[in-house]
Design a protein around this ligand. Structure first.
Ligand code: IVH
Length: 682
């Protein structure tokens, strides 16, 4: 088995060629026949490119059966369907990954045309990630549908295609034509399908493409109907014969006769516009209800296609632009256990460094032990990683097929990796916790959180410095930060801490004392109180004493505060240690809200709307949003941000949508027009 992580330069070319062919065939087999990816597309292309270059440099080893000459194929040997030879081969596309590759492609196209009369146009389309299909209509009637197979011969899945609602059985014109497109499972369907499968204990589909191609090969077309497949077409075989001059025209014709296209066919003449549109679709694709793995760029003038030509595998007049890989594989070298500021102990994957969406990744999250077990991840495995929400890398799965037997199972720690105290697991929860409040990792995490930009915004206090101060004993908890000036001389002697940086640090500490109350509240690190809730709680309490004196019920009345948060805030202010810390911070002059004599009077405005909650939705004609909010609050009412049982009145403007619907469903909310609301406020 080929090791992706080894440098293969020393191998003799013949051996390397054999090795590459064998492995590429294996990857193709898994991808096309078993619907499983053993490596990412980028890595696959790298291997294919290496093989292609070796074959060019050593033509004596060329071979017509090499994967560089054959379109990846699903094995038809085990097929339950009748095999059909395609009238014209179903080709693949060459891939590109950046604008330079695309420009090089357009230059190659131009070079292949003898007389370029005018500027060439390209069509930019979505590259759908599904299962390709070729559908033949005779005199307007759907006669046959065949999968791609090996590009030459595919499987007859006509019965199943007839069960897909969005593919017409009859066209709007009595034409005979063969069209090619992609069968996809909409993302919304994919989600519910997997939920249903989980419920009944069936194995879930890894991705919508697997689900689409698996469904297409169902023997029972009733199942196909239930699954809700969809289809989009992008190609007419021999389009020129129908008199079309451009690809765009042929796509418009498809729509005209009732064959669905994605509707995306941007005409591009200029490479800077190409770059812009690529960037646009990279973001916009997230809003589609089907998966796309890139874009396809095609020469618009189909009368030039023959001249530009074909390789054995793909047309030279089109290229795929692949979106940056969301997933790559690498080796899981080890697992370390990290203790966070809340004591939560989480497994972190130590990886062989790889590039992922433009950055180098060496560590990734493994979430918790339950996830490791569920995904059966072992040390030494080849693992797929991706960036969750495009930011934090995480391990998605391991590739069981390439295990050597030397992989080691992950052992759950019983003691804290930092302070060695025995770890606890809360009932019903999956996380392991260190419950020693003096655990250096917890203390350090708390301090780093306190000084961070969104909290006290103390600069010059990076994690290395925090660690040092803890080691030296200058800081034991957040209170000590405000007494650091007492150690000014010693601080200046520390490595990389000259007079200037110490002064800056001390000035920043001083300045932090006047941070807004919402920020100091957030900085305390009350469980579940993040930036948003810090703001909410600060708005609903004039100062920290008001907040500390609130009952659980009062906290629950605050919009955005649920059971978990209310309990957490309530508990925090009933803990001796927290109160001691707040008291000390107050003495240092930290801003914890306005100092008021009579808390209750200051917080609540009494008025007509006292005890009532309001929300408005849709376009208001008579008020600006801020005006109506102020009016409600000035009369003692409370503005909510969502419809819930807590809501008394919903004020409805033009084009009200889901909020109105939800309020009507609840049945407990009074619905008012703007005029009715005005009347009520008089
Ligand atoms: S054109 C000769 N257009 O991508 C024309 N293909 O990686 C070749 N695909 O086999 C295909 N969206 O299954 C074309 N807008 C699109 C496409 C598309 C998805 C698939 C198709 C093809 C594969 C090549």
């Amino acid at each position: 088995m080929l090791k992706l992580f080894e440098i293969n330069e020393e191998k003799n070319p013949k051996d390397r060629i054999d090795e590459l062919r064998q492995d590429i065939e294996r990857y193709n087999y898994y991808y096309y026949t078993k619907n499983e990816s053993l490596i990412s597309d980028v890595e696959f292309d790298k291997l294919l490119k290496e093989l292609d270059e070796l074959e060019k440099n050593y033509p004596e080893y060329k071979n017509e059966h090499s994967p560089t000459n054959i379109v990846g194929a699903s094995s038809l040997k085990e097929s339950k369907f009748q095999k059909v030879i395609h009238k014209k081969p179903m080709l693949s596309l060459n891939n590109s990954y950046n604008i330079e590759d695309v420009i090089a492609f357009t230059e190659r196209v131009e070079k292949n045309i003898d007389s370029v009369q005018s500027e060439l146009e390209y069509v930019l389309e979505l590259k759908l990630d599904g299962a390709s299909i070729s559908v033949t209509y005779e005199n307007g009637e759907l006669k046959r549908a065949v999968t791609r197979g090996d590009g030459i011969e595919g499987e007859d899945v006509t019965e199943n295609i007839l069960a897909i609602e969005s593919i017409p059985n009859f066209l709007k014109e009595d034409v005979s034509l063969e069209v090619r497109g992609e069968i996809v499972l909409p993302l919304s369907r994919f989600k519910t399908l997997n939920e249903e499968r989980l419920e009944v204990g069936e194995e879930i589909f890894a991705n919508p493409r697997n689900a689409a191609s698996g469904t297409l090969r169902q023997i029972d077309s009733e199942i196909v109907k239930e699954r809700g497949l969809d289809a989009y077409f992008y190609f007419i075989v021999d389009a020129e014969q129908y008199g079309f001059k451009t690809h765009k025209e042929s796509l418009e014709y498809l729509e005209k006769v009732g064959i669905k296209t994605t509707g995306v066919a941007d005409i591009i003449r200029d490479m800077s516009v190409m770059e812009e549109r690529i960037a646009f679709w990279e973001v916009e694709k997230e809003r589609l209800d089907y998966e796309t793995d890139g874009l396809v760029i095609k020469l618009n003038d189909i009368t030039l296609w023959e001249e530009v030509g074909y390789t054995t595998k793909s047309p030279r007049w089109a290229i795929a632009y692949k979106f940056p890989a969301k997933q790559v594989t690498t080796e899981l070298l080890d697992i370390t256990w990290q203790v966070g500021r809340t004591g939560k102990v989480t497994p972190v994957a130590e990886l062989r460094e790889v590039e992922l969406s433009g950055s180098k990744v060496k560590r990734a999250s493994l979430h918790n032990m339950d996830e490791i077990i569920r995904k059966d991840i072992r040390i030494g495995d080849r693992v797929f990683i991706e960036k969750a929400a495009e930011i934090i890398p995480q391990v998605v799965s391991s590739v069981k097929e390439v295990r050597t037997g030397a992989e080691k199972e992950v052992v759950v720690p019983t003691n804290c990796p930092v302070c060695n105290s025995v770890l606890e697991k809360e009932e019903g929860l999956v996380d392991l916790k260190c419950v020693n409040p003096s655990c250096p990792a917890i203390v350090q995490g708390g301090i780093e959180y306190f000084v961070s930009r969104d909290a006290m915004n103390i600069s010059g206090f990076g994690s290395k410095i925090v660690e040092k101060m803890l080691q030296l004993g200058y800081v034991k908890d957040i209170r000590d930060i405000f007494e650091l000036h007492k150690h000014k001389d010693e601080l200046m002697t520390l490595d990389k801490m000259g007079e200037k940086s110490v002064e800056k640090l001390l000035a920043s500490i001083e300045k932090s004392k006047s941070r807004p109350y919402s920020k100091t509240l957030y900085a305390l690190g009350i469980p579940f109180v993040g930036k948003f809730l810090g703001d909410v709680l600060a708005k609903k309490s004039k100062n920290i004493d008001c907040l500390a004196s609130m009952s659980k019920e009062e906290l629950l009345e605050i919009d955005g505060v649920g059971e978990k948060v209310a309990q957490s805030v309530y508990n925090y202010f009933r803990d001796e240690k927290s109160l001691e810390i707040i008291q000390k911070l107050k003495e240092f002059g930290i801003n914890f809200g306005k100092v008021v004599e009579d808390k209750k009077d200051e917080v609540k405005v009494e008025g007509k709307f006292s005890g009532k909650t309001f929300l408005f939705t849709g376009k208001l004609q008579k008020f600006k949003r801020e005006e109506i909010k102020d009016l409600i609050e000035s009369l003692g009412g409370v503005n909510l941000s969502s419809v819930s049982k807590k809501l008394d009145y919903l004020i409805v403007g033009e084009d009200a949508g889901s909020k109105l619907k939800k309020a009507e469903e609840l049945g407990t909310v009074k619905i008012l027009t703007e005029d009715e609301f005005l009347e009520l406020s008089k």
